[in-house]
Design a binder for this molecule. Structure first.
Ligand code: M7G
Length: 206
């Protein structure tokens, strides 16, 4: 018996760059798409744990049809909640990443129909492990056009958009098991693209 997921998900991997000539697109590889709990565990049990990945590697787990890039039409107006674990030795990154993935595929980061969560990411870097949740918008209003542009085709107010975004941030922070005084920050992808790094100015904090 297979337990279906609400969405199909695609796992992507970013290979560490070997030299200066590599560009982002050459390094980003689509690994596999799945839509059941059983397939998820089959994949999880057969890929390298985050703790074994080389520096500059990333895993990305995104809804099928969304590339894990700022440029994707479903990401270009969005941003991400993210947190960097700087004490790499005392961080159980495998467990944290597993629970982040389970929250994504189990749809517990947002309410049904919000349609904001695009995917989750883990970056392995020299000084930190960074985990992020990408959202489709930066908490904007959506006009009630009913043209299927948004989940369910329903409109929403600015306030509702902001509430959804903050709720996702709070849920994410719980999954990371962070103390209340440790900030998890949100930044828009446009800022990230312009600054040449994801370490852009935070717009929101939970
Ligand atoms: P990062 O891995 O998000 O953060 O971006 P880091 O600076 O802590 O390693 C590293 C670099 O990867 C960026 O400066 C970009 O050159 C490239 N890169 C990362 N992302 C997520 C994208 C993306 O979505 N699109 C493009 N074109 N490049 C990206």
């Amino acid at each position: 018996v297979k337990h279906p997921l609400q969405n199909k998900w695609t796992l992507w991997f970013t290979k560490p760059s070997s030299g200066k000539g590599d560009n982002w697109n050459d390094l980003l590889k689509e690994v596999i798409t799945f839509n059941s709990v059983e397939e998820f565990w089959g994949i999880y049990n057969n890929i390298a744990p985050v703790s074994d990945l080389a520096l500059k590697s990333d895993y990305h787990l995104f809804k099928e049809g969304v590339r894990p890039e700022w440029e994707d039409p479903q990401n270009k107006h969005g941003g991400k909640w993210s947190y960097s674990f700087k004490d790499k030795r005392n961080c159980d990154i495998n467990d944290i990443w597993l629970h982040t993935m389970l929250a994504a595929i189990g749809e517990t980061l947002e309410e049904e129909d919000d349609g904001e969560v695009m995917g989750v990411v883990v970056n392995v870097r020299k000084a930190f492990f960074r985990i992020g949740v990408w959202t489709r918008t930066i908490g904007k209003s959506i006009p009630n056009r009913g043209d299927g542009d948004v989940a369910g085709g329903k409109g929403r107010s600015v306030q509702k958009g902001q509430d959804i975004l903050m709720q996702i941030g709070k849920r994410f922070k719980e999954i990371l098991k962070l103390p209340a005084n440790e900030p998890v920050e949100y930044s828009g992808h446009t800022d990230a693209a312009h600054s040449g790094s994801t370490r852009a100015k935070a717009k929101f904090t939970v």
